[in-house]
Design a binder for this molecule. Structure first.
Ligand SMILES: [Zn+2]
Ligand SMILES: [Zn+2]
Length: 211
């Protein structure tokens, strides 16, 4: 009996947690109203919009160009448990090559397919490892969905091209511009031998002058 009560307490804590950090900013370019869908399963609308991209999606080397045009081509569909959002978001990716530091730019079309649950839905996963999204009031926030769709697709080590030659270790010149570029480097063992024979020659020369 007491176990039963405890479970009830944990669930209600979890729910109050959820609603407290889910407050959505109606003015965010990635927050959209689903009011027109009227929560009737089967109703649907399309969302074709260009919005300014968020500034901090990516890592130190590569990510969405902040403020660039983000092209949303989405379908919002009311289902029993919430709103199903599917379609694509096309983002401008900008970064630099990890080998030669040249700029990298390309468009990335992220596939989006995510169910936003109604807050009163009983279908929520009691698992912190599972990302779950909510319809808050009548609003949905595409931002976290976009983030996970784009960030997971970014290269860990971005390169301008697969066979990029990078920079010269000695002088930093871009080897793609001068593939033949190299420095004369003696094998250290040969260098030691050369040193020895130089000394020997000097000794001989010294002996000669002593004579
Ligand atoms: Zn490169
Ligand atoms: Zn060099």
């Amino acid at each position: 009996m007491s176990d039963y009560v405890l479970v009830g307490v944990i669930i209600s804590e979890k729910r109050s947690d959820r609603s407290s950090h889910d407050a959505l900013d109606r003015n965010s370019p990635l927050v959209f109203s689903t009011r027109d869908l009227g929560r009737s399963p089967g109703s649907m609308e399309t969302l074709n919009e260009q919005v300014p991209a968020p500034t901090d999606v990516g890592n130190a080397l590569i990510g969405i160009r902040g403020g660039s045009e983000l092209d949303l081509d989405l379908r919002l569909e009311a289902v029993h448990e919430g709103i199903l959002v599917s379609g694509t978001a096309t983002a401008q990716i900008a970064g630099e090559c990890g080998r030669c530091l040249d700029p990298i730019e390309y468009d990335y079309e992220a596939d989006i397919q995510e169910l936003f649950y109604y807050e009163e839905s009983e279908e929520f996963e009691d698992d912190d490892d599972v990302d779950q999204y909510w319809v808050v009031g009548d609003l949905i926030d595409i931002d976290p969905v976009l983030r996970s769709a784009v960030v997971t697709a970014l290269p860990f080590q971005p390169v301008c091209r697969e066979d990029c030659l990078g920079l010269c270790n000695e002088c930093g010149i871009n080897l793609n511009d001068e593939p033949e570029h190299h420095h004369e480097v003696l094998d250290p063992r040969w260098a030691a031998l050369a040193q020895l024979s130089d000394n020997a020659t000097e000794d001989v020369a010294q002996n000669k002058t002593l004579d």
